[in-house]
Every structure is written in structure tokens, then in C-alpha cells.
Write a protein that binds this ligand. Sequence first.
Ligand code: PMP
Length: 386
Amino acid sequence: MKSRKLLMIPGPIEFESEVMQCMAIPTPSHVSPDFIDCFANSLKLMKDVWQCPSGQPFIIAGTGTLAMDVAAANLIESGDKALVIATGYFGLRYAEILKRYGAQVDILEAEVGDIVPLELIEEQLKSKRYKLLTFTHVDTSTAVLNDAKRIGALGKKYNVLTILDGVCSVAGEEIKQEDWGIDVVLTASQKAIGVPPGLALLVASKNAMQVFDQRTSPVANYYGDWANWLPIMKAYENKQASYFGTPPVNLVIALEKSLQLILKEGLDHRFDRHKRAGKAMRAAIKALGLDLLSKNEHVSANTLSAPLYPSQIDTSAFLKSVNQEGVILAGGLLPQLKNNYFRIGHMGSVNKNDLLATVGAIESALMNNGYSHELGLGTTQILKHF
Ligand code: PMP
């Protein structure tokens, strides 16, 4: 009998076997010709996946938080005004990061499970001259999806740099960075990009790079300073060896493979598949009589779902019980509601069978922990949507 459990948390996710094979090959030199080609190609493929042909991609060893830190460190100078649109835990984290670099930060915080209305964002942008605004495309703590296209357009209208935290969205939710006028789109490898944890990935617009060039003070973060990384990215793009910090070689090889698989599937197809998975999972959860933390379909992410526990259930035993059924899910992340909900990741390589197994495990665990319902109502929804 297979003992492997299905990992359905919102990152790390289940990775494609072709990607995992890249992690197992003997590590080549970071300046070997083959690896230089691989790095150059990964940078090029990032521009395709981000849909930002004139952008500057960066591949840096680190996590998603480092990608957030790097964008803030390079674009903020002490005293700059920044606006954070927070739809959960990671929005608030961005405010803390910006403050470290001396930004004067205002926060527009959404009600839990909702977005900040665009009219409110526009009012705020009218009332004060900001240098930069950040928003979380999908906040992994609430499963809320922001309208990136319209926030990007507001950034352009008010001449404010925009940073999209796409850690839980890039390669899962539709993003057209260049068309939508977003200045930085950042992510980490372990989510919909489909590579084990360890890569901080971002693409900066021409506009963002110009703002960086015009800085009058040094970047207050040595490791993250684009002045250190830009020559390295440029060298790899030009198929030349260069060194600032040793790249995580196998992860970059795995990244190239995963980006190739993403583009082979086709971006539109991939975004549609995620939409279908999100819709199916929300329908399954509702069919079981559970509510979701995200307020309505319009603001619900397609890369993860956040169901609320029914009141009858023994919440402490529930996730253990799902695990015994062979599926690993995540608990709540918002400190004030931690024990009121759980989270299901459905991004990257996720398929119909994964969704069926997950909903089946949830149905059994609900039943075993004091919540009676008719078995099969959730899985039927998955079948209906696929
Ligand atoms: N932003 C979002 C939206 C995230 O989901 C996460 C990770 N869950 C992060 C930032 C931080 O990424 P990391 O854990 O890789 O530092």
C-alpha cells in the first residue's frame, strides 16, 4: 500500500516528478557553460510567465519574504510615503518590511475575508502623494483575491509604483504584468511556480529600475541590493559567468524545468484550470454545509480555499483526522481566527484526482469528528466541475 500522503497545503505543494529529478542530479559548477545557459533561459522564461517582456527578472536564493524585502529595500528611501493594501497577514508583513527602510506607511486594511474597495484605494491615492503601493494578489491567510489589473491601473493613473506580492498567485492566477502596468511582481518557488522552497523570484519594470537608478542613498540591505545582483543577472542573460553569491544550482535547474512545463501547458489553460479547481473546491465545501472565510466568489482565490469549521466539530482533532485519511491540510493563519478555519492549497500540478482525494478525506474527517452530513455531497461537486 502507498504510504505517501497528499500535500494539499498552500505551499510547499506537490511538485512534478520531472522537476524533482532536477534536484537529484549531481550539482554542476555555477559557472559551467550548461548552467549559464540554464540560468539565462530561466530568466527569459520568467519574463514569459510574468508576461513582462521588457522587465528585469531576478533569481535570488531565499524565500518569498526575501523577495518582498528586496523590492522594498531597493525602491524605498528613508521618508518615502508608501501605501499598503492589506487583505490579511502578508499585507501587514509588507507594512513592517517597508517601515524597516524608513518608509512612512499608511495601511488600508480590508475586513477579514473581503478586499478594500477600489474607490477607497483611489480616494487614498488622491488624498496624498505616495511613492509606492503594495498589495497581496492572493493573501494566503484569508484566500482573498485582489483585482490586480484594476489596482495596477490605479497605480498608473496616480503615478505610484506598484508592488504585487504574488507568492500565492504567480503561475496560478492570471497576471499580465506589463499590460497591467505593475512595477514589481514577486513570488517564491514553492507555490504555483512548482519548485521546492528556496528561490526568491521577481520581475521589475523599466520604471522600477529607473526609480532604483535615481536613488540618492545606498540600499540599506547588502544581500538584497540590486546594485549587487543586476550585473549578475545581466551577465547570465549575456551567457557570461559572474559571481556575487553562489546560486542554488539545482533549484535553478528545477526552475527552468518547471517554467518550461508551465509554458507547455499554456498560461491561459493553466489559469483556467486553477479557476476550475477553485470553483470546484468552493462548491464542494459549501455542499458540505461549511462556509468560507472569503466573502463571495468575486473575491475568492483560485489557488487556495479557507473553509470555516462548523460549530459542532472538534477542531483540534480535525486536521489530524484528515492526515490519517492520507491528506495534509493547513490550519488557520490569522492570529485572531486561527482556530476557526483551515486552509486547502490547490495550485500548481493539482488535478481532479487530488481534489477528489482531498474532499473525500475532509468528508470522512468531518464525519469522524462530530459533524454529520451525507457522504458524497462534496466529491459530487468536484466531479461536476471536471
Ligand atoms: N506572501 C504570501 C502571499 C505568502 O503566501 C507567503 C508565504 N506563505 C509569503 C509572502 C512569504 O513567503 P515565504 O514563506 O517563502 O517567505
